[in-house]
Design a binder for this molecule. Structure first.
Ligand SMILES: C[S@@+](CC[C@H](N)C(=O)[O-])C[C@H]1O[C@@H](n2cnc3c(N)ncnc32)[C@H](O)[C@@H]1O
Length: 214
């Protein structure tokens, strides 16, 4: 998340401060790849001394036609925070520490419908085709609480239409989805766009939104 670090850290602070219950703070990342952002988020959450947090990364094994998960790189990057890489949710073994991460090698559209709310911070960074981004957001929306944050990657205007996505077989279409559902121009009730990064860069960029009422 190098190009988005400041935005993600500010959004994290907002999601942490808006929590009400005693349950662990939950970060979910759709699409882990080599674990760069997952590790950065673990580090950022761990910097809150009293925060009990869990992180869950979802990805698809690299042997699958649409998967780019890199196990060796992720183990190195996420390091001591990583409890394991699992075939399903039921196999997860928590670590005996106040913050830990698990990776589940199942696609988002299988896992999201089985999760209990709330998710505190969701990073949507799987397939960037229109239909997949829409499905990821729609499946996750019921899991959000007031104050939850959702970040979308590859929102840069110049990246749209490029980079054929293995699953959807289209280029990147994140921005068109955000526009259609009113998350880019703040016309969607209940959400506010808090950050937009990398508008002038060639690739990447992120849009961060926060749920502000039910
Ligand atoms: C752009 S990379 C993720 C990069 C990572 N978030 C980072 O910041 O370092 C996209 C990843 O999403 C995975 N992916 C694609 N569709 C997915 C889905 N439906 N569920 C989970 N992962 C998915 C791919 O296998 C790939 O590893």
């Amino acid at each position: 998340m190098d190009d988005n670090r400041q935005a993600f850290c500010e959004a994290l602070a907002s999601a942490v401060s808006s929590r009400t219950g005693p349950q662990p703070f939950r970060y979910v990342e759709i699409g882990v790849a080599k674990g760069g952002t997952l590790a950065a988020m673990c580090e950022a959450m761990d910097a809150y001394p009293d925060l009990h947090w869990t992180a869950m990364g979802l990805d698809i094994p690299a042997k699958d036609r649409t998967g780019y998960f890199r196990e060796k790189a992720t183990k190195q990057t996420v390091g001591a925070w990583l409890s394991g890489i699992y075939p399903d949710l039921e196999s997860i073994k928590p670590l005996e520490r106040r913050g830990w991460a698990a990776i589940v090698l199942r696609p988002s559209f299988e896992v999201l419908p089985t999760l209990e709310p709330p998710l505190d911070f969701l990073f949507i960074d799987g397939c960037h085709g229109y239909n997949c981004v829409r499905r990821d957001f729609e499946l996750a929306e019921p899991l959000l609480r007031v104050g939850s944050v959702v970040a979308f990657h590859d929102t840069n205007p110049r990246a749209q239409g490029w980079h054929q996505q293995a699953h959807c077989q289209t280029g990147i279409e994140v921005r068109r989805f955000l526009m259609d559902v009113g998350l880019l121009d703040n016309s969607r009730p209940g959400f506010v766009k808090t950050h937009e990064t990398g508008e002038r860069a060639r690739m990447g960029g992120a849009v961060v939104v926060q749920k502000i009422h039910g």
